[in-house]
Design a binder for this molecule. Structure first.
Ligand code: FAD
Length: 307
């Protein structure tokens, strides 16, 4: 019940101002956001690497309104990649990007987002790593998949994300489960209408398993983005049945969520990548984390009251 309300609030400017100014916000945000600057996130990356974890780095931000903001997003990723050079982690540290942050929703946005993301993908390739295009709301996906296809002509390792809650996703999974592709499957974090997406949790979980089967039985490299213990166990069983070795797929979880499980899976020999978000424009990302687990909202409200 609360989830859709929080997701609606994630698009409200008035709520953005209220939440950003609320006492206690910073403390709760810090659970999900690894820092505000590159300097703050570098020790987090080093710590993850020391623990045998891999990372995908997200400079938070989305729904920008000017071309200048889109250029600034590109430059923030270029600055990050420049810092990663010195860490020599190669593909152990990759990048996740939201095309809306690169200008996708502005006039001429498809071309603008492609022009802005290309130098990031090029710079990532120069240091031996890659970029994954996050999936945002369903209206953006045709453009995202077209940009993904375009980038893959020069950088075949560029990844993308598909969302189990969308009716279209099984078809997308079949198209993408080809040799050399890297595809992250997630449940889906946006407020979507019943005309395009399953609304019921059990239906979404069933769809997730169907997509998992397609990806694991296919030729590509599946990235399993979920904290759900049942889906993790199902992945392990389906991967075994499909004859996949442990390094032929990977698990991904979000920074700050089920951290002990990150370590457990890595200790079992799995590739475990932590989606590590940082930056100052954390509002949309933070609100989606609240929507996923209403207990987070209670924790947030309590921290405001006790301040
Ligand atoms: P759930 O059933 O939601 O959660 C299972 C269990 O995990 C919960 O019981 C709880 O213990 C824990 N948990 C889950 N979420 C939280 C939380 N916020 N706070 C505390 N505990 C929690 N969505 C997109 O739409 N596009 C993307 O590009 C995208 N990228 C993602 C990348 C990664 C690596 C991950 C892990 C998720 C991504 N998501 C993305 C979000 C995803 O769609 C889900 O909203 C999110 O993962 C919650 O679903 P779940 O599979 O973890 O299962």
């Amino acid at each position: 019940m609360l989830g859709p309300v929080i997701l609606a609030a994630s698009r409200s400017d008035r709520m953005r101002r209220f939440v950003s100014a609320a006492p206690g916000t910073k403390q709760v945000v810090a659970r999900f956001i690894a820092g505000e600057t590159v300097d703050q996130v570098v020790p987090v990356i080093e710590d993850a690497a020391a623990k045998g974890l891999e990372v995908t780095l997200d400079v938070v931000g989305e729904d920008i309104t000017t071309r200048e903001q889109a250029f600034a997003a590109r430059d923030a990723y270029l600055e990050l990649i420049d810092r990663l050079k010195g860490l020599e982690l190669g593909a152990r540290a990759e990048m996740s990007v939201k095309l809306s942050m690169f200008g996708q929703a502005l006039e001429g946005g498809h071309e603008l987002a492609l022009a802005n993301v290309r130098p990031v993908v090029e710079a990532a390739a120069e240091i031996g790593t890659t970029v994954t295009l996050d999936a945002e709301d369903h209206t953006t996906l045709d453009s995202m998949f077209a940009i993904h296809e375009e980038l893959r002509k020069d950088f075949p390792q560029t990844g993308c994300v598909i969302q189990a809650y969308l009716f279209r996703t099984e078809d997308d999974a079949r198209r993408l489960a080809a040799s050399g592709s890297r595809v992250r499957i997630v449940k889906g974090a946006y407020k979507e209408p019943a005309s395009v997406a399953y609304q019921d949790k059990a239906e979404i979980d069933k769809a997730y398993v169907r997509v998992l089967k397609i990806l694991l039985e296919g030729e590509g490299y599946p990235m399993i983005g979920s904290h759900d213990p049942r889906l993790i166990a199902v992945t392990q069983e389906l991967a075994r049945r499909a004859g996949r070795k442990l390094d032929e797929y990977e698990f991904q979880m979000l920074y700050g969520i089920r951290s002990e499980e990150h370590l457990r899976l890595a200790a079992e020999g799995h590739r475990m990548r932590v989606y590590t978000a940082y930056g100052t424009d954390w509002y949309g990302y933070f609100m989606r984390r609240l929507a996923e687990k209403p207990a987070n909202l209670l924790f947030f409200v309590r921290s405001m009251i006790t301040k």
